[in-house]
Design a protein around this ligand. Sequence first.
Ligand code: SF4
Length: 275
Amino acid sequence: MHDALLSWYSAAGRHDLPWRRTRDPWAVLVSELMLQQTQVPRVLAIHQKLLAAFPTPAACAAAPVGEVVRAWAGLGYNRRAVNLHRSAVAVVERHGGHLPDTLDDLLTLPGIGPYTARAVLAFAFEKPVCPLDVNTARPLARAFGVGGQAAADALVPVDDAWRWNQALMDLGALVCTRRAPSCDVCPLADVCRWRLGGGPDPAAPAGRQSRFDGSDRQGRGRLVDALRDAPVVAGELAAVMGWADDPGRAARVAATLVADGLADRRADGTFTLPD
Ligand code: SF4
């Protein structure tokens, strides 16, 4: 099973992704935060540019958070940029500017959850842990009936952990997709429980995706995009956020951006990116 997946990865994996050519923990952390809920092509357009601007945690921590939010343009979910900056500050203050290499220490960093912490351990430090996200969890669940973190970690080959996790990631993204898995080219086809009819498809329940159009998130994104160019005065807030007829909603949602550290509100009511 290990050999089959690793051989498939050698032949068909996405070896040209820039974050796979490095073991720099900072570069890996940046890529993992960017890749959350964001397609690879959009991340590719910005990843190297952001790393050039902030090549180390110290460089990022020394910059105003607004500069990191500005560099995040095009990726959405801007709170991740604030978390990246906060993590950089914490890494400088608590770890001498170097990403820690233990799960407990990584989990104390702002905005770093179990997946991202394990991704840094697996992809930067080559530790035998499995970063469980939708792409890695789906083939594990379908092929082996593995559903928990401990069982996923136990499957990682200690001497080839980095390649195993990358292979699993690519299998879930390219072959074992949610709606139409390509079982005919899958290296796990001979042992896959789901394909052989042994179990229900854990990916089958098609959970309803929250709609983006008209959502608070859309308004938040519009305001941050506008702030990257210039401050927004209070009187323009509702129009900028796309809710010209609902200034109360605009004010309420804008306040959540301030609370999240993504915007500042001056005394005169003008919104800016944070300093
Ligand atoms: S055989 Fe099909 S369902 Fe099973 S892991 Fe491969 S692609 Fe997924």
